[in-house]
Write a protein that binds this ligand. Structure first.
Ligand SMILES: *Cc1c(COP(=O)(O)O)cnc(C)c1O
Length: 220
């Protein structure tokens, strides 16, 4: 199947309920260009160096989303152009994003990544840690970041029931912050769902689905 057909198929399934972040990690620029020509302007990458190299080569109206685990010392390389960081998992990282955003005279949008899976290996904050960050007085001083919502990855399992339960829990937690809008926080985006579970995620309230292999085929 062509990339264009895959994107159209997923768009039809989503039916306006969520936006696609096309996950382009490991894919060469020609493949990204093909997705771009098919109308896809929002790409997700999990490595800063790879994203920066692609940003330099490809059209400038692409939105670049960082979706992978991020080290503080790498933030500076993408601070001039990144549109949304899905994977903020510490207040230290948030402070560094704020510092680099300020240097670039920008405000950088962020999502807090919440650990919702049963696996130990996946990164993310606990619900308590999210609450602590949102309640902290330090957050008020970070005037060059905006927290736009939450991100989560479900357990990698065949159990639809398990995945649905995790997404539903994250949606409920997300909604509990809906009334807390302030200068640094507007809970608008809920990033959940990948190739294997985006339909469940959208049924449970996702606004951003991060889809790679269902568009581009398996990664090597
Ligand atoms: C790779 C990746 C995806 C996309 O995975 P697919 O199964 O190929 O759709 C989504 N989110 C994150 C954080 C990823 O690292």
């Amino acid at each position: 199947m062509l990339i264009k057909d895959n994107i159209e198929h997923i768009e039809a399934e989503l039916n306006g309920r969520a936006q696609i972040v096309a996950v382009t990690k490991t894919k060469p620029n020609e493949v990204l260009q093909e997705a771009y020509d098919a109308g896809c302007k929002c790409f997700g990458e999990n490595k800063v160096q790879e994203m920066t190299a692609k940003y330099e080569e490809l059209p400038k109206d692409i939105e670049w989303h960082m979706i992978g685990h991020l080290q503080s010392n790498k933030v500076k390389y993408m601070a001039s152009f990144v549109n949304l960081i899905h994977s903020v998992d510490s207040s230290k990282l948030l402070a560094e994003i704020n510092k680099q955003a300020a240097k670039n005279d920008r405000i950088i949008d962020c999502l807090l990544q919440v650990h919702i899976a049963e696996e130990e290996t996946k990164f993310g904050l606990s619900e308590n840690e999210v609450t602590e960050i949102l309640d902290s007085s330090e957050l008020r001083t970070l005037t060059n970041i905006r927290i736009k919502g939450l991100m989560g990855m479900a357990t990698n399992t065949d159990s639809e029931q398990q995945v649905r339960k995790e997404f539903r829990g994250l949606k409920r937690f997300f909604e509990s912050f809906q009334s807390r809008t302030n200068a640094q926080v507007t809970m608008k985006e809920l990033s959940m769902g990948m190739s294997g579970d985006y339909l469940i995620a959208v049924e449970e309230g996702s606004t951003l689905v991060r889809v790679g292999s269902a568009i581009f085929g398996a990664r090597n």
